[in-house]
Design a binder for this molecule. Structure first.
Ligand code: IMP
Ligand code: MG
Length: 175
């Protein structure tokens, strides 16, 4: 069995719940009357997306894309690999791309370029966490849950060596 660190809470379950509800309200009003498709990036965004979509009170399509950049555990490889396509037609639809964390910006940047080929009406992004200090690609997110400092975080979908995605809060690694 792997020995996991004792989780240090960075963002509690109740803070996440309140913030996700507020994001859902804002998105619901911004997209009212529009054909919305929520595409989440797997695996990290699965928990956030599940909570977020239930706070968006609009008709929507849902799909996902699998992306990986953290090749070996905790260091980004710099390259982003997309390992699955998606199945719903986004042509002319308003796409909201949901991810767990905006770090260097490579993942979202790469996926936005990929999705544009399918001619959506527009693409916006929503991330739970924004680690702005690490940005390498000029990319601003349209909706963000929390701005966080440059620490390694895990839980609420984010992994620590592929574990801990099921923690109900965001924890950080103390060095
Ligand atoms: P980016 O492409 O550098 O913006 O990285 C985005 C992806 O890297 C996210 O979707 C996460 O899966 C992963 N990632 C970035 N920072 C962290 C972290 O602190 N903990 C866990 N995963 C992270
Ligand atoms: Mg991810």
């Amino acid at each position: 069995m792997i020995k996991l660190p004792k989780p240090e809470v960075l963002i509690s379950e109740s803070r996440i719940r309140r913030r996700v509800a507020a994001l859902g309200r804002k998105i619901s009003s911004d997209y009212a009357g529009k054909d919305l498709t929520v595409i989440f990036i797997s695996s990290g965004a699965v928990v956030f997306a599940a909570d977020l979509i239930r706070n968006i009170k609009l008709p929507m399509h849902i799909d996902c894309i699998r992306a990986s950049s953290y090749a070996s555990g905790m260091k980004s490889s710099g390259r982003v690999k997309l390992t699955s396509g998606f199945k719903v037609d986004i042509r002319g639809r308003h796409v909201l791309l949901v991810d767990d964390i905006l770090d260097s910006g490579r993942t979202l940047g790469r996926i936005i370029r990929f999705l544009k080929k399918y001619r959506p009406a527009d693409i916006r992004t929503c991330v739970l966490l924004d680690k702005a200090a690490r940005r390498e690609i000029p990319l601003e997110t349209d909706y963000a849950g929390f701005a966080i400092p440059d620490v390694f975080v895990y839980g609420y979908g984010l992994d620590y060596r592929e574990y801990c995605r099921n923690l109900p809060y965001v924890a950080y690694l103390k060095d």
